[in-house]
Design a protein around this ligand. Structure first.
Ligand code: ASP
Ligand code: MG
Length: 417
């Protein structure tokens, strides 16, 4: 017997029929003798609708009330799933974030989990054989007693945090794809599903554009060493052997990772903008004078490239920001031109970042060099390059994204044969 957290995303609970399908997945695990906590998202499209209602009511609204509104989507699905489970003869009870409780910071709309008390849920596992159906995405700020939400996609994070608090053996994330792929299969039809990925690789994949999991959920999994299994909710519950190995991707610590490819996957993002600040003074404090105000404006800066100054007087600084933050970034920098002291502001918004990820890069030389040659052979110009221990990223013109991703996918032997 084991203890499982099963998380179902929006498409998996999109309507009553799908919720009944989820109930049968849960029943399968309960029948196999497991103690189960389920974490649900809102029905697909629901959160978008609720967010839009807030904006319609007033473009600038109180974040506490936004949370009160958007948390309701998960309240509905948790109750419905409990009903569907009960109708299958399974003891089940729904739990809102405040009822568990899932304690968070007071950063409304993007709160962080600070603690979860799972004792009552665990007690009910043993005393009543009761399945806990927990509303994802939401929590409560203890001091104010207000409902909070964790930011879009936050129910992944709820699930992993709950798994850690309940000391579960595994956190299963059921979604509309059957695992994590070497890259987006819509761009590269030959993309393969990965059986195993390390936390670190998944962290890079998720941060750099793969949309399967919220980045924070992977961070939490890594911190608590909680294995996360990404699998499809579209497989028929009846066809799955609860003791077998279903298709999916196991995200776990590297020691467990059997596959030792040099490159594990390729992520990309077209929502990038490049900014170059030309001829800034080469002296202590200039980088801080640019990135400080950007950080204050809550703009995430990614690739940063600074040249070694040729004359010891001025240098160029190039970096990327999310395309949606470009206008604000430009305004932040150009309005402080005198203070920063630079000659010119250049930018390009039609750019994409393509990233190659693999923990094998630690022990292999020349991985990036191969990519540069392959991209050159395709006549793709590289605007900027950054590297870290287990990944490198290139910034290219957005029009070449698909070509670059396909080229690199083949180059590193990731294509399905
Ligand atoms: N329903 C929330 C959202 O759409 C949380 C989640 O689905 O993870 O962002
Ligand atoms: Mg999601």
């Amino acid at each position: 017997m084991g203890r499982l957290v099963m998380k179902f995303g929006g498409t998996s609970v999109a309507n009553i029929e799908r919720i009944q399908n989820v109930a049968r997945h849960v029943k399968r695990e309960v029948d196999a003798g497991h103690e189960v906590a389920v974490v649900v998202s809102a029905m697909s499209g629901k959160t978008n609708e609720l967010v839009a209602w807030c904006t319609e009511a007033s473009p600038l609204h109180d974040a506490r009330e936004y949370d009160a509104v958007v948390a309701s989507g998960e309240q509905v699905t948790s109750g419905l799933l409990a009903i569907a489970l009960q109708s299958l003869g399974i003891q089940a009870r729904s739990w809102q974030g405040w009822q568990v409780p899932i304690l968070t910071s007071d950063a409304h709309a993007s709160a962080r989990i600070v603690g979860i008390d799972g004792s009552e849920i665990i007690k009910r596992f043993s005393e009543r054989k009761e399945v806990a159906v927990i509303a994802g995405f939401q929590g409560i700020h203890a001091e104010t007693g207000r409902i909070t939400t964790l930011g879009r996609g936050g129910s992944d994070t709820s699930a992993v945090a709950i798994a850690a608090a309940l000391k579960a053996d595994r956190c299963d994330i059921y979604t509309d794809v059957d695992g994590v792929y070497t890259t987006d299969p819509r761009v590269v039809p030959k993309a393969r599903r990965l059986d195993k990925v390390s936390f670190e690789e998944m962290l890079e994949l998720a941060s750099l554009g793969a949309k399967v999991l919220q980045v924070r959920s992977v961070e939490l999994g890594m911190v608590h060493n909680m294995p996360i299994f990404v699998r499809s909710s579209f497989d028929k519950p009846e066809d799955i052997d609860p003791h077998g190995t279903p298709p999916g991707t196991l995200i776990s610590s590297e020691e467990n990772s059997m596959e030792n490819h040099v490159v594990t996957g390729i992520a990309f993002s077209k929502d990038e903008a490049q900014i170059s600040v030309r001829r800034i003074e080469d002296k202590p404090g200039v980088a801080a004078s640019i990135f400080g105000p950007l950080a204050d404006a809550n703009i995430n800066v990614d690739m940063i490239v600074q040249n070694v100054s040729e004359d010891g007087k001025t240098t160029d600084l190039t970096f990327t920001v999310p395309a949606s933050d470009f206008a604000r970034a430009k305004q932040t920098i150009t309005s402080a031109q005198d203070k920063i002291g630079y000659a010119r502001f250049d930018s390009e918004t039609d750019v994409a970042k393509v990233s190659v990820i693999g923990s094998g890069m630690r022990s292999h030389a020349g991985v990036a060099a191969q990519a540069f040659a392959a991209l050159a052979a395709r006549n793709i110009n590289i605007r900027a390059i950054t590297t870290s221990e287990i990944k490198f990223s290139v910034l290219i013109d957005a029009a070449y994204t698909e070509l670059a991703v396909r080229t690199l996918h083949t180059l590193y032997g990731l294509d399905q044969v």
